[in-house]
Design a protein around this ligand. Structure first.
Ligand SMILES: Nc1ncnc2c1ncn2[C@@H]1O[C@H](COP(=O)(O)OP(=O)(O)OP(=O)(O)O)[C@@H](O)[C@H]1O
Ligand SMILES: [Mg+2]
Length: 267
């Protein structure tokens, strides 16, 4: 793997992945992934269908364990703490490392309750006025406040797809995560809704760290600071082939497989 040099700035590592392998039952889906996800930056995960992108990001907050008989080897450190340590509290971990999925999945309840859900199931008692504050801040943060401020108690299911996705982002932001994982968050959205989410990612990285899976090469090039290219060989096992600054991956990829993929010859 190429080393990343940052001569002009110091970049903190939010997540460090060391030799991560992942199995569904006896089938290995990922082999020995090593990479860093840098704080306050956007990292894009790209690669052909089935190469393990979703598996990889779901392993970063252990949501992968909800898929039944799975096994993880290696280490994922969140600010130096291994999230696979037996004493890790999974609720706490998933608040620190939030996730937004491909298909918007608002809960069948009001817009307000969607945003406060994670806060209300937490251990601390939060007053009504604090909740009001959290809702406004999270919806502002997700660039949805102006569109919904007059209908906070209406069902979230009445929103458009793009609004629902921003609501899911607001729901994730409400518990103040350190890292936000996004798995193809725009693939079900029209170009205008997509642009709003892209703008949002750009501003959110001032406060948190984002890892996003995308099939859209232009999107990866537009929004990310770093890019990781994943692929499989005949064995169907996913591997991280190349990681670097996005400019380098798209303009001067080192590996021919990366070059073929980013230039549209494959995948
Ligand atoms: N719940 C599961 N049980 C068994 N195998 C799975 C499961 N989820 C994914 N896989 C397998 O693991 C491999 C990686 O899948 P994954 O969903 O991570 O790929 P992906 O890169 O996200 O693909 P796509 O771009 O199509 O979303 C595939 O071979 C897939 O069939
Ligand atoms: Mg996927």
């Amino acid at each position: 793997m190429r080393e990343i040099q940052h001569p002009s700035r110091t970049v903190e590592t939010a997540i460090q992945v060391n030799n991560l392998s992942f199995f569904y039952g006896a089938t290995r889906a990922l082999e020995s992934v090593n990479m860093s996800i840098f704080e306050n930056h956007v990292t894009a995960i790209i690669g052909p269908s089935g190469c393990g992108k979703s598996t990889f990001i779901k392993a970063l907050n252990r949501i992968s364990e909800l898929e039944g008989s799975v096994k993880t080897e290696g280490e994922v450190q969140l600010y130096g703490q291994n999230i696979y340590h037996p004493q890790v509290n999974l609720n706490h971990l998933r608040r620190q490392v939030g996730m937004v999925f491909q298909k918007p999945n608002p809960f069948p309840m009001s817009i307000y309750k969607n945003v406060t859900y994670g806060v209300e199931i937490g251990e601390e008692k939060v007053s009504r006025s604090e909740l009001d504050n959290i809702v406004e801040t999270a919806l502002q943060g997700a660039a949805l406040w102006n569109e919904v401020k007059d209908k906070l108690h209406k069902s979230a299911l009445g929103l458009s797809g793009g609004q629902q996705q921003r609501l899911c982002i607001a729901r994730a932001l409400a518990v103040k995560p350190k890292v936000l994982l996004m798995d193809e968050p725009c693939s079900a959205l029209d170009p205008i809704a997509t642009m709003k989410i892209e703008d949002l990612m750009h501003s959110l990285r001032n406060d948190l760290t984002i890892a996003i899976v995308t099939h859209n090469m232009q999107q990866a090039a537009r929004i990310s600071d770093y890019t990781a290219f994943f692929s499989t060989d005949e064995s169907r096992i996913g591997r991280m082939v190349e990681f670097g600054e996005t400019k380098q991956i798209f303009s001067f990829p080192v590996d021919t497989r990366t070059n073929d993929y980013v230039s549209g010859r494959f995948g």
